[in-house]
Write a protein that binds this ligand. Structure first.
Ligand SMILES: Nc1ncnc2c1ncn2[C@@H]1O[C@H](COP(=O)(O)OP(=O)(O)OP(=O)(O)O)[C@@H](O)[C@H]1O
Ligand SMILES: [Mg+2]
Length: 360
């Protein structure tokens, strides 16, 4: 089922929780709504589910407006952040609940529940237990099974992994993605975790203050952030972002970083960077390190090293600023060592003084 949000808005008094959202989610797509706490993700999901009425705007499923449809008539399965399982019912009855409401015959319910439980890999023997007697991961599967048992055409997931420990989160991340592809069900997942968004979504809508900042594939958000908000939000450790100024001296053009040190780039670049004041962004993996001085390399000193196992995160002091670089663990350096750094111009991002990306 295709979903279209048209100028969708939800105001709570003065708070514009969702502010004129325009978004099309394609049939069978896995869309992630990503953003910091309070940006309007859950409100958007509840509007789509029909649990909130929009202040303005419309929601379409296929090409029909659904504003008048009650939640139960929208063909939606939803998993809430807290799972919201019924504590006094056993697992079987929890999963069966949507079908019981519809007064389906007992044998049909029996068959559907067992099938969906198997599909989400819940052991038969757990069906008799109460939710309180399950692990977090098992409760999560029950909530998923309950959302899917009616065979909905849309699946809404609000932070479904946030209650799980780190290891289980990795497992469920892959499983939910696999399950979504198997079912081909149009899915919207809400999260504030950019790694989850990057790994799971076909596309990501990054929200801030009730508005979409950028809509695109994980690759687009990572490699072509449209503004400073996206640049700073996507990526861990985050992009190095510097207040910068273009200048010219006897050696030619340079970019002065944080009034601290100069970086030289090919002359053609400067024709495209018209403004004097801008922001330069570079991801830690694109700050390259050399142990020997050479022309155009910038001298710095290792401030602290953070071994991550496969690689090492270096905090480097250059002039009076600190920047981050990710290097292979085979590069052995320690605090205080003198090193030289290079910014590869092909991996630098430039933003104007309003924080909008400068296309080069
Ligand atoms: N029922 C409500 N009444 C008043 N304000 C609300 C209500 N629900 C949400 N808000 C406000 O709307 C904004 C968006 O809330 P929402 O729950 O959609 O955020 P979120 O992106 O899901 O955040 P989180 O990641 O913390 O769950 C917040 O400022 C919140 O305080
Ligand atoms: Mg929320």
């Amino acid at each position: 089922m295709r979903i279209l949000l048209e100028n969708l808005s939800k105001h709570f008094g003065k708070v514009k929780a969702v502010d004129s959202l325009n978004l099309e989610i394609k049939e069978g797509e896995f869309l992630v709504l990503l953003g910091p706490s309070g940006c309007g993700k859950t409100t958007t999901l509840l509007l789509i589910a029909g649990l909130y009425k929009p202040t303005f705007g419309n929601i379409y499923f296929g090409d029909k407006i659904v504003d008048h449809l009650s939640p139960k008539d929208r063909g939606i399965g939803m998993v809430f952040q807290s799972y919201a399982l019924y504590p006094h019912m056993n697992v079987f009855d929890n999963i069966a609940f949507p079908l019981t409401l519809m007064k389906k015959p007992r044998n049909e319910i029996e068959k559907a529940v067992r099938e969906i439980a198997k599909f989400v890999q819940l052991d038969e023997e757990l069906l008799e237990r109460r939710p309180g007697q399950l692990s977090g991961g098992q409760q999560q599967r029950v909530a998923l099974a309950r959302a899917l048992v009616k065979g909905p055409s849309i699946l809404l997931l609000d932070e479904p992994l946030s209650n799980l420990d780190a290891k289980l989160r990795l497992i469920m991340r892959a499983e939910i993605k696999h399950l979504q592809k198997q079912l081909g069900i149009t899915t919207i997942l809400v999260t504030h975790d950019q790694v989850e968004a990057m790994t799971m979504g076909d596309r990501i809508a990054l929200m801030h203050n009730g508005k979409i900042q950028q809509l695109g594939t994980p690759d687009e958000l990572y490699n072509q952030p449209i503004n400073l908000f996206t640049a700073g939000f996507i990526g861990s450790p985050p992009m190095n972002i510097f207040n910068s100024k273009i200048g010219r001296d006897e050696e030619g053009y340079y970019i002065l970083i944080e009034e601290s040190f100069k970086v030289r780039f090919p002359e053609e670049l400067f024709q495209k960077l018209k403004e004097e004041n801008l922001f330069l962004g570079i991801r830690p993996e694109h700050v390259t390190i050399s142990l020997q001085a050479s022309n155009n390399l910038i001298p710095g000193r290792v401030y602290i090293t953070e071994p991550l196992g496969r690689e090492t995160l270096l905090n480097i002091q250059v002039g009076n600023i600190l920047l981050k670089s990710i290097v292979p663990q085979t590069l052995k350096v320690s605090s205080g060592d003198k090193i030289w750094i290079n910014f590869d111009v092909n991996y630098c991002h430039f933003f104007d003084k309003n924080g909008e990306r400068i296309k080069i």
